[in-house]
Design a protein around this ligand. Structure first.
Ligand code: SF4
Length: 295
């Protein structure tokens, strides 16, 4: 089977990517890393208010998109929080310089599987600058990706730890750490254009959605992009599988599959609501769908 460009889908899932070597990443940034926002990134004439996410639709590449994302200050409450936790810090990380900026997606730029979470963790990705990196949620997720052949290693501790992802990419509908892991609906809407453009640019055939917040954000995005999202919307659940179609072939692929999965938060993993075997099964199913050409 082929994708909308005529390229065999199997090739899409084999490509490997490290943290992209752009100035938007913590490991290579030429704009000063921030501690509590004391050194704000500057990108010239671009707005840093609510107009900025709207520019995402014109991002030609993921690097362009990431450059927009990391300089965003459109949500005052989240900007204040991400910078405050970087000043106060957790005792275990008191000697570290926090990223304290929005976190771009991470992984294979042409992944067959796009994993969508919720938002960066205050002392995880908000500290390390890489999605799902530096906290227990990420430990759980990347260990599963390693077992299922998507990740080069099980450990994900910092942006320059050598982890590479093949055939999979991780992102979030909200790019800044929110207080109590709870973005507001308005913040989700403001950040929405970044997710929408990433979905378009990656054009994955399978989306693994971690939790109900991401599920609603993804369905909103896909409906706006012309996918035939049923009404009422399919309910989120672990193991739920939804096949969607899009009649307008001029906008990219015409079929994709959503897979629901409980979020990898400690609330779920510590209680056994989500076990390693359950997550492995979802990722294995995603691989079958993406690499096996079922989408
Ligand atoms: S959550 Fe999104 S829109 Fe809001 S400041 Fe962060 S990157 Fe910008």
């Amino acid at each position: 089977m082929t994708d909308a460009t005529g390229a065999p889908r199997q090739r899409r899932a084999r490509r490997t990517a490290t943290t992209p070597a752009t100035s938007t990443t913590p490991a290579t940034s030429t704009t000063a890393a921030t501690t509590g926002g004391s050194s704000r990134p500057s990108d010239g004439a671009l707005p840093d208010d609510a107009r900025r996410p709207l520019l995402a639709r014109d991002a030609a590449t993921l690097d362009d998109l990431d450059a927009l994302v990391v300089g965003c200050r459109a949500c005052p409450r989240l900007v204040a929080w991400r910078e405050e936790v970087a000043e106060v810090k957790r005792a275990a990380f008191r000697d570290e310089t926090y990223w304290a900026r929005p976190v771009p997606g991470f992984g294979d730029p042409q992944a067959g599987v796009l994993v969508v979470g919720l938002a960066p963790a205050a002392h995880g990705a908000n500290r390390t600058g890489r999605m799902f990196t530096g906290d227990r949620s990420g430990d759980f997720l990347f260990a599963s990706m390693h077992r299922t052949g998507f990740a080069s290693q099980a450990l994900s501790v910092r942006a320059d730890d050598g982890l590479t992802l093949t055939g999979i990419r991780v992102t979030a509908p909200v790019r800044c750490a929110p207080p109590a892991n709870a973005p507001t609906p308005a913040e989700r809407r403001t950040c929405g254009p970044y997710l929408a453009r990433e979905v378009e640019l990656v054009d994955a055939g399978v989306m693994v959605v971690l939790g109900g917040f991401g599920w609603q954000a993804v369905l909103t995005t896909l409906a706006e992009q012309g996918w035939d999202v049923p009404r009422p919307r399919p309910a989120f659940g672990h193991g739920v599988e939804v096949r969607l179609r899009r009649p307008d072939a001029g906008r990219g692929r015409t079929e994709l599959t959503l897979l629901g999965c409980f979020h990898v938060s400690q609330q779920n993993t510590f209680t056994g609501r989500l076990t390693p075997a359950m997550l492995d099964a979802v990722l294995e199913r995603a691989r079958v769908l993406a690499v096996g050409g079922e989408v």
